[in-house]
Ligand binder design. Structure first.
Ligand SMILES: C[S@@+](CC[C@H](N)C(=O)[O-])C[C@H]1O[C@@H](n2cnc3c(N)ncnc32)[C@H](O)[C@@H]1O
Length: 271
């Protein structure tokens, strides 16, 4: 008889994490520090595919440009990175003539990022993993994609670190981002990662057609995005969520979203 897999708890820099199995059979982590799980209990992998990979239209972007630069908030279990790598590899039959994949993420918990980055190296997804002590940034190269395809993980509070990265040679190398996985813990747990000021910072690393996707669909978040220059629309939510949000630098908000925001007395989120 097959023994059930028992996954050990993880000790991060910010406290303990425990594994939780989700309904699609993939795992998520619960953070004791933030008192929240990294993914929907309906399915960690399915949610990542639906909300971020399909939500940001990753495949059409790569097919159109022959390359992509994705920014993720935050790294967590590394599922956003590994699911994207795997999805593109299979969809594009990645090999010698593969496109360029740049993936930039951020993580406040050094130990957590280190753990999952080492695991990705062991699985053959990444090579030449390096941590620059003075920059406090991990870099690595993706296997199966065009030479020079780069992973960057910025360690620390991204609100403090983003401008530092933006003025570094790493950003000069990858350029602005084509897609943003806005996968922070909830506005209740991490309010400064959902504000007008944060969405303005994200706008500053974007270009005219950048897409952003998130699981959250509160009007205070929409209003903060719109004030920062993002056009907001909604799609069906994943799992127990009724709606989730898609945003872009081009286009306009549908009239029904404008009406819903106008009718709501809630203020946009700000620092
Ligand atoms: C919802 S989880 C991300 C899940 C991840 N995308 C995955 O696929 O596993 C949010 C992550 O953001 C990190 N985080 C929280 N506050 C942060 C901050 N201010 N700056 C950078 N990362 C932060 C948390 O430690 C956590 O790992």
């Amino acid at each position: 008889m097959k023994k059930p897999i028992v996954k050990k708890e993880l000790q991060g820099s910010l406290g303990e994490y425990r594994w939780e199995m989700t309904e699609d059979g993939s795992y998520t982590l619960f953070s004791e520090h933030f008192e929240e799980s990294c993914h929907s209990h309906a399915g960690a992998l399915e949610e990542t595919l639906y909300n971020y990979i399909e939500g940001c239209e990753i495949l059409p972007i790569v097919k159109n440009k022959g390359k992509i630069h994705i920014f993720e908030l935050g790294f967590g279990t590394g599922l956003g990175m590994s699911a994207t790598w795997d999805y593109l590899r299979v969809a594009l039959h990645a090999g010698e003539s593969s496109p360029t994949l740049h993936f930039t993420s951020c993580e406040i918990d050094y130990e957590l990022a280190h753990h999952f980055l080492k695991e990705a190296v062991d699985k053959g997804m990444l090579q030449n993993l390096n941590f620059d002590d003075s920059l406090r940034i991990f870099t690595a190269e993706f296997s199966s994609f065009k030479k020079g395809s780069q992973l960057t993980v910025i360690i620390g509070d991204i609100r403090e670190r983003i401008t530092y990265w933006q003025s570094s040679s790493l950003y000069t190398y990858t350029g602005p981002v084509d897609a943003i996985y806005q996968d922070a813990f909830s506005p209740k747990r991490c309010p400064r990662l959902w504000t007008y000021e944060w969405f303005s910072q994200l706008a500053s690393i974007s270009h005219a057609t950048t897409k952003m996707a998130t699981y959250s669909s509160t009007k205070a978040v929409w209003k903060a995005m719109v004030k920062a220059g993002w056009a907001v629309r909604t799609v069906q939510g994943y799992g127990s969520k009724k709606l989730s949000t898609r945003a872009s630098r081009d286009g306009e908000c549908p009239q029904e979203i404008i009406d819903l925001m106008e009718r709501s007395p809630v203020e946009y989120l700000r620092d």
